[in-house]
Design a protein around this ligand. Structure first.
Ligand code: SF4
Length: 451
């Protein structure tokens, strides 16, 4: 959860209207929050760092898992109690009846990426200032991430219908942003100091499908609105570019040469979710598992330092012990470098609720522990193999000890992957990319020294 708010106190109206923001959920929701903050600032509103200073509070909710829904409802309740004037947006906003039932005092509810509706609601309940300070907004927009990395959202929604997922119900079908807009935004971010771009969407490899891969010109060159051209355009910006939420469709193979050349960061975030054909079928996953292992092995031959991050669900309805063993074999053979594992949750409105063979909670728990153990072993092998190597790392910040810094290798995305604990004789700043020798490792993190 990201929040710009602290503790409550009495509210008095501000000369310049101030809006507080509580942003919950995934990076895609964070990008929505950034867009809203940018629009607010462009119209002259100020952003309040606490409830007391805010004339109104916006809560950007997550509605994916039951636990996230509860967290969102709690955050709305806290904001109402502390401030009283609350507008709700985001994924849970797609279910206004749920919110209004729990919190009848909310002023307005809008759904995910409904920026216009959010702004309309703000205008209705907090009069806009007379002199918008357009110049207060940098061309790269306002961001909630540190200055040196930024999420780049390339599309909204999803055409897939995975049975455990309600995102298409919340966010609708795939809507791709035109490629020249995405590349222009990326260029502006780089100009503003961003050293690492994190490409996000619900299904990055499906980018452009909805617009039939429409061609566009950018800086005198022709690009199609598609995954490979996007990677090609981004690689021209000379910063680290990480691809998230990529499905193993065959055309993903084409981006591997860009990684081999160092033009795109050798990192693929592929949410496989499972490896057993039976479970994948029940999940209605988009890409087939056929030849996936073979293809990963070929990718690794072409790009030896490729890091693969993934997420998996254990205890999906109908998952047998044999299916689960297939999954464990897969993570070992594919050497999945980084993995998140979730115990299946019966999400409200998800089709998988009606599937037969729900797995008892204690079996889910036991499989989750076995998964994490197997994954830790794969991860530790990988980490150990890094000892003695020299690699570029990006500095995120410093620790309290002099000469000690927190950094990440190309194999580590911010917030979800490991860290490189770095020692350096010369002072470093966030965003510096330096060459470091890896001197030690544990299961998830590396320890290095700047050369
Ligand atoms: S690909 Fe599947 S899991 Fe991902 S957003 Fe689309 S429907 Fe949900």
């Amino acid at each position: 959860m990201t929040t710009t708010l602290d503790r409550p106190a009495p509210i008095k109206p501000n000369a310049i209207p101030k809006v507080g923001l509580v942003s919950l959920g995934c990076p895609k929701a964070l990008v929505d929050s950034e867009r809203i903050v940018t629009r607010l600032r462009a119209e002259g509103y100020q952003i309040s760092a606490d409830y007391a200073g805010a004339d109104l509070v916006l809560v950007n909710t997550c509605g994916f898992l039951d636990s996230a829904r509860d967290e969102s409802l709690d955050a709305i309740g806290e904001a109402i109690e502390a401030n009283g004037k609350v507008i709700v947006t985001g994924c849970l906003g797609a279910e206004p009846d749920v919110i209004e039932k729990a919190h009848p005092k909310v002023l307005a509810v809008t759904g995910p990426h409904q920026y216009e509706q959010v702004m309309d609601a703000v205008h209705t309940h907090l009069t806009p200032p007379h002199n918008p300070h357009q110049d207060l907004v940098p061309e790269s927009g306002l961001r909630l991430t540190p200055r040196h990395y930024a999420y780049l959202k390339i599309s909204e929604g999803c055409n897939n219908r995975c049975s455990f997922c309600i995102i298409p119900k919340l966010r609708g079908d795939l809507v791709s942003r035109p490629i020249h807009h995405v590349l222009t935004e990326a260029e502006q971010l780089v100009r503003a100091g961003v050293k690492e771009l994190l490409v996000i969407s619900q299904d990055t490899s499906a980018y452009g499908l909805d617009v039939k891969y429409a061609p566009q010109a950018w800086k005198g060159e022709d690009y199609e609105t598609r995954f490979l051209d996007l990677a090609r355009g981004l690689s021209s910006l000379g910063v680290w570019t990480r691809l998230h939420y990529v499905y193993p469709y065959p055309h993903v193979d084409k981006v591997i040469p860009l990684m081999a050349d160092g033009a795109i960061t050798p990192y693929l975030d592929i949410p496989f979710q499972h490896a057993s054909a039976n479970v994948l079928k029940a999940m209605k996953r988009p890409a087939k598992q056929d030849r996936v292992l073979e293809r990963i092995q070929q990718w690794r031959r072409d790009v030896p330092d490729l890091a693969i991050r993934s997420t998996f669900i254990v205890g999906f309805p109908g998952e047998t012990e044999e299916d689960f063993e297939i999954l464990l074999d897969f993570i070992r053979e594919a050497k999945i470098d980084r993995a998140g594992c979730f115990k299946y949750e019966n999400v409200v409105h998800a089709d998988s609720r009606d599937l037969p063979g729900h797995v008892p909670e204690e079996v889910k728990e036991e499989r989750w522990h076995r998964f994490m153990e197997a994954q830790a072993a794969v991860s530790a092998d990988r980490a150990e193999a890094q000892i003695g190597t020299v690699q570029d790392v990006i500095v995120d910040g410093s620790t309290e000890e002099a000469g000690q810094y927190l950094a990440r290798s190309r194999a580590d995305a911010p917030e979800v992957d490991g860290l490189v604990y770095l020692t350096s004789e010369k002072p470093l700043q966030p965003g510096n990319i330096v060459s470091a020798e890896i001197v030690n490792a544990d299961a998830y993190d590396l320890f290095g020294r700047v050369l």
